[in-house]
Ligand binder design. Structure first.
Ligand SMILES: Cc1ncc(COP(=O)(O)O)c(C=O)c1O
Length: 373
C-alpha cells in the first residue's frame, strides 16, 4: 500500500520530545503508573500482581470488554474488539472498503480517518466544518448532496478533533436517517466522548443508535492513558466485527497484557479520572478564552463544546506558519499549525488537557508581546 505521510504525526515526531511545552497535545495529562495503581480494587490489584506476560485473547480480555460494555447501553462484551485506536481505524477501513468506493468524511480531521480510504483506492469527499457566529457548524445539506450510488461509508468524529465541535442530538439523528436511507455504514470516531463540558450534551454512541454503525473509542484521550495503547470498536454488526477480528490477526494479533489489566483499573475508576480531566480542560479553556479576549485582534476563539482540543483562528495578516515558528524558536513551545490538517484557514490547534498548559500559554503571550503582534 502506498500511503502519504501522516502530517500531524510527522510534525509531532519532529518536536514532541524536545520542546519545553506542548500547547497542542490532544491527550489529557497522562496518569503515572503509581497514580493508576492507587485506584485499583482488590480484584484488579491481584490481577496486576499475578500478571503473566503471555499472549492475550485476540478479541480482548473478557473483563476488559465487560468494563467497556458498561460505558454503553445495550452493547455486549461480544460486540467489542480491543486494539490500539489508530490500529482499529486501519483495520476497519481495510475491512469496510474496496477500490472505487466513495467515502464521505468530516473535515478537517485526524488524517487516517480519510487517508487510509484514499490509499485503498477510494474517492473521498471532505464534509467541511466551518466557523459560524457562535462556534463550529456542519452543513447537513452538503452531506445529503454528496451521497452518490458509490457511497459506502460515512466517517464522523464527534466530539471533533481539532475543533471540539459536537452536533446536537437532532443533527446526529438526521445524519443517521440519511445513512439508513442510502444503506451507508457509519464509522464514528468517538475518542473524545465522555469529555462533554455539559453532561446533557453527551450523545449516545453510534453503536447504540445505528445498526450499521461502528464506533471507535479508547483510553488515550478521556482516560489520559495513551501509553496503554488500548482502544475498542463497538458495533451490533457481528459480521463486520468478525471480519475486523480476522484482519487483526495480521496487525498486532492481541493487545499487550499489562495494558489490558491497567485498562480494567482505569475503567473501574472512570468517575474519578474523567472528573480530573474535565477539571483540567475547564481551567485551561477558561485561561485560553481570557487570552483570546485580551488579544482579540490577534486570535478568534471558537469555543469547543466537548473534548480536549480547540481550533482558534489567527488574524489574516499573520500567517500561522510564522506564528508557530516564532513561538517554537523563541519559547520552545510547540503549536500545531492548521496546515497539518490540510486546512487553509489560518487556524492552529490548542490542547486543553495538559497540566502545563497555562505556563505554555504564558510563554506564548510573552512572545506575542515581544513581537508586537
Ligand atoms: C480523532 C482521533 N482518532 C484516533 C486517534 C488515535 O488514537 P491513538 O493515538 O491513541 O491511537 C486520535 C489521536 O490523536 C484522534 O485524535
Amino acid at each position: 500500500m502506498q500511503i502519504r505521510d501522516f502530517k500531524l504525526e510527522r510534525y509531532f515526531a519532529a518536536y514532541e520530545f524536545s520542546v519545553r511545552h506542548m500547547l497542542s497535545a490532544s491527550d489529557c495529562e497522562a496518569l503515572s503508573l503509581a497514580e493508576l495503581l492507587a485506584l485499583a480494587d482488590a480484584e484488579t490489584r491481584a490481577l496486576w500482581q499475578g500478571l503473566k506476560l503471555s499472549y492475550t485473547e485476540s478479541q480482548g480480555h473478557p473483563l476488559l470488554r465487560a468494563e467497556v460494555a458498561g460505558i454503553y447501553h445495550g452493547i455486549t462484551p461480544d460486540e467489542l474488539l480491543i486494539a490500539a485506536p489508530e490500529e482499529l481505524i486501519f483495520i476497519a477501513m481495510n475491512v469496510l472498503l474496496a477500490p472505487g468506493d466513495h467515502v464521505i468524511a468530516t473535515f478537517p480531521g485526524y488524517q487516517s480517518l480519510y487517508e487510509i480510504a484514499q490509499a485503498a483506492g477510494c474517492t473521498v469527499t471532505h464534509w467541511p466544518l466551518t466557523p459560524g457566529p457562535t462556534g463550529w457548524q456542519l452543513d447537513l445539506d452538503f452531506l445529503a448532496r454528496s451521497i452518490t450510488p458509490q457511497t459506502k461509508l460515512l466517517v464522523i468524529n464527534f466530539p471533533h478533533n481539532p475543533t471540539g465541535f459536537l452536533p446536537t442530538r437532532s443533527e446526529l439523528d438526521q445524519i443517521i436517517l440519511l445513512a439508513r436511507r442510502h444503506g451507508l455504514t457509519i464509522f464514528s470516531d468517538e475518542m473524545y466522548r465522555l469529555l462533554e463540558y455539559r453532561p446533557a450534551d453527551r450523545l449516545p454512541s453510534i453503536a447504540e443508535l445505528y445498526e450499521r454503525g461502528i464506533a471507535l473509542s479508547g483510553l488515550s484521550k478521556a482516560f489520559a492513558l495513551p501509553g496503554l495503547r488500548i482502544g475498542w470498536l463497538a458495533t451490533h454488526d457481528r459480521d463486520l466485527l468478525g471480519r475486523c477480528l480476522a484482519f487483526h490477526d495480521y496487525t498486532t494479533l492481541c493487545a499487550s497484557a499489562p495494558g489490558e489489566i491497567l485498562g480494567i483499573i482505569a475503567l473501574r475508576a472512570k468517575a474519578h479520572i474523567l472528573a480530573r480531566n474535565l477539571a483540567l480542560i475547564r481551567d485551561n479553556a477558561a485561561a485560553f478564552a481570557t487570552f483570546c479576549a485580551r488579544h482579540s485582534s490577534l486570535v478568534r476563539w471558537l469555543p469547543p463544546r466537548a473534548g480536549s482540543v480547540a481550533f482558534p483562528q489567527l488574524r489574516a495578516d499573520l500567517p500561522v506558519a510564522q506564528f508557530v515558528e516564532a513561538v517554537l524558536a523563541r519559547k520552545s513551545v510547540m503549536i500545531l499549525p492548521g496546515d497539518v490538517f490540510e486546512h487553509t484557514g489560518n487556524h492552529f490547534r490548542v490542547g486543553l488537557g495538559r497540566a502545563d498548559f497555562q505556563q505554555a500559554l504564558g510563554e506564548v503571550e510573552r512572545c506575542v508581546e515581544e513581537s508586537g503582534w
